[in-house]
Design a protein around this ligand. Structure first.
Ligand SMILES: Nc1nc2c(ncn2[C@@H]2O[C@H](COP(=O)(O)OP(=O)(O)OP(=O)(O)O)[C@@H](O)[C@H]2O)c(=O)[nH]1
Ligand SMILES: [Mg+2]
Length: 241
């Protein structure tokens, strides 16, 4: 039985979705895929459903009615995975910013004792390809800001390429996770560390999307900026056990 599930949230990814699914299924280690699509108007879900005939019992889709945000898409996917047998549960973007080949290295880190392995852009310098300098700087300083406020030793706090061991998702109260964008990624890491899980960073090269459109918005940015302060203050009053 396949022990790994890659959750791919999608909103208007018709240029990427078929290619990324085929790429994941061509890896030397088997991974199942769950696409969580938020009613993409461009028909992303239909492409997935057609491919399901080619990959029965390996490719799954959950469709939600509207664009409900990345964080809640992942929470939906985590719950789906926990109802099944998966030991390793991954987050990965649809747009090839994350190289599917790296799934194997993230999984390996968890097999070697990590509870959560993060594909990190900032372990050895800055490994980002094709981002405008302004965005690299923003992301890099965002991580520094998070480290400063949260006092966590994570170089790439907003990373969205992650392998969770099942026990992490079973332990974290998923109904208490409240953020949806970059702050969601920070919140998951912060919470896992607070619960005492071993979180490791694996260096990856991150490439800007070449197809499709960005869903990054100032709202997501604002959520992250104020969210970390809220998370930090909230953690003073919260018990992690
Ligand atoms: N289900 C779902 N998926 C989403 C939503 N917003 C973004 N996504 C997906 O989440 C992943 C990351 O979103 P991106 O738009 O690539 O965000 P980003 O990487 O910060 O920005 P760019 O790479 O510049 O576009 C992609 O696979 C998107 O399709 C959403 O509201 N719901
Ligand atoms: Mg992207």
């Amino acid at each position: 039985m396949v022990d790994s599930l890659v959750i791919i949230p999608t909103y208007n990814e018709k240029e990427n979705i078929e290619k990324i699914i085929r790429k994941v299924f061509s890896l030397s280690i088997p991974f199942d895929i769950l696409v969580v699509d938020d009613g993409s108007p461009d028909g992303t879900a239909n492409i997935v459903k057609t491919l399901q005939q080619e990959y029965p019992q390996r490719l799954f889709i959950e469709e939600r009615v509207g664009k409900l945000g990345l964080g809640t898409a992942y929470i939906h996917g985590f719950r789906w995975a926990l109802q099944r047998h998966y030991a390793h549960i991954f987050e990965m973007d649809a747009d090839f910013s994350h190289n599917p080949e790296d799934l194997i290295r993230l999984r390996q880190a968890c097999l070697e004792g990590a509870d959560m392995a993060i594909g990190s852009r900032y372990i050895k310098g800055v490994n980002v390809v094709n981002w405008p300098m302004s965005r690299v700087l923003m992301s890099y300083f965002a991580s520094a800001y998070v480290r400063f406020i949260m006092r966590i030793d994570i170089q790439d706090a907003t990373a969205g390429f992650v392998c969770f061991s099942r026990r992490v998702l079973e332990t974290i109260p998923l109904d208490k996770i409240r953020f949806i964008g970059y702050a969601f990624q920070i919140e998951m890491k912060f919470t896992a560390i607070r619960y005492g899980f071993k979180v490791v960073e694996i260096p990856i090269i991150f490439t800007d999307r070449t197809h499709g459109v960005s869903k990054m918005s100032t709202r997501i940015f604002r959520e992250a900026f104020f969210g970390v302060i809220q998370l930090k203050v909230g953690s003073w009053f919260k018990k992690y056990n």
